[in-house]
Design a protein around this ligand. Sequence first.
Ligand SMILES: [Zn+2]
Length: 409
Amino acid sequence: MSTTTGVQALVRRTHEERVLAALRAEGALSRAGLAQRVGLSRTTLSEITAQLLDRGAIVVLDTDAAVRRGSGRPAERLALDPSAGQYLGVDFGHRRVQVAIADASHEILASGLERYDDGLAWDERVSLAFDTIDRLSSEHGLHLNALQAVGIGVPGPYTGRHGDHSVVAWNRGATPDGVDRSFATRFDAPVTVDNNTRLAALAEAVSSPEGASDLVYVRLSDGVGGGLVVGGRLTRGARGFAGELGHVTADPAGTVCRCGKRGCLETLASVPAILAACRVQGADVTDLADLAAAVERADPVVDAVLRRVGSVVGHVLGAAAMTLDPVEVVIGGEIAHIAPAIVEQAARTLRYELYSIPVDGPCQVRAGRLRDSDGAVGALAAIFHQSPLLAGYPEPETSDERNTRRSAQ
Ligand SMILES: [Zn+2]
């Protein structure tokens, strides 16, 4: 992408955002009213509105003929098209895809979920996602002609753009190579793809009232993943595994991890590992519902297990916090809500780990605001907040670039 094209695209996008924001606030405006409100020249404004009309982001609502005094052509009044989905968030998990469609004001118009088997091929996952998007659009009477951007979360490390997906030996299942191209071709909109846990870290950062510029995120789920927001930016690292806290060694003599090492955090703090540890101690828990019930009745065996897990998580987070000095440390995953003892103990351990740092107060440790069922929201956050949190991140592909690349293939 040439810098000029990038800057022009950014300026156009900024203008569009201003026009959409004005229509969002006012409901409907004439072009003259809009020009006055957003401070653009009539020429620039009519280019911008023509593009928005062309894409179906806005519609001509009516004319001011009925209320107009004097002579001259009646002025058209423009308004947001309430049926235009402008942003698409898609979250591919190991066993399900979630989709959320948002409008110009970033409000979610429709969302849905489709389950699949762990081993389903990526092209079939993508076509299930397309089916879900079609179903939601028709159920809610939406169109996606004005789609501004698509954000996609995928499991496992993701290093680059244009389907440059790093194959990491311990990444479960096939790699989602070409997912971005499939969506770009289907929707003709810029596509941003990243690891879904990392997108959740970004969503947690922007969900903070002041926006956490430095944040450490760990998610305890089927596996353990994480993400880092550093200096207001989501960080991938040199090879795409920045923030993979699940594979930090927590017990050198522990059990073998799927990555091949021994005693990774994941072998102790993933949901299956926690449930297994409860059973070893004699507690009858096979799933999260059982665990929730045990927490509810203050089962001392389960509580002891959860506190041990919290302590292990706190040690690993302590090392990360010592490295990054974050504003917030966030523990995500349903289990952080079901078992607050984990978060409490992790916070206690982290305070101990950072004991030597002479500061007024330690960083905040909290459970994630997003639930596991909010994956698509993380993908939307990535495209809503491309700046400043995503500043410096690989830019989404433009349609020009896409055409160039297609013709080269
Ligand atoms: Zn590991």
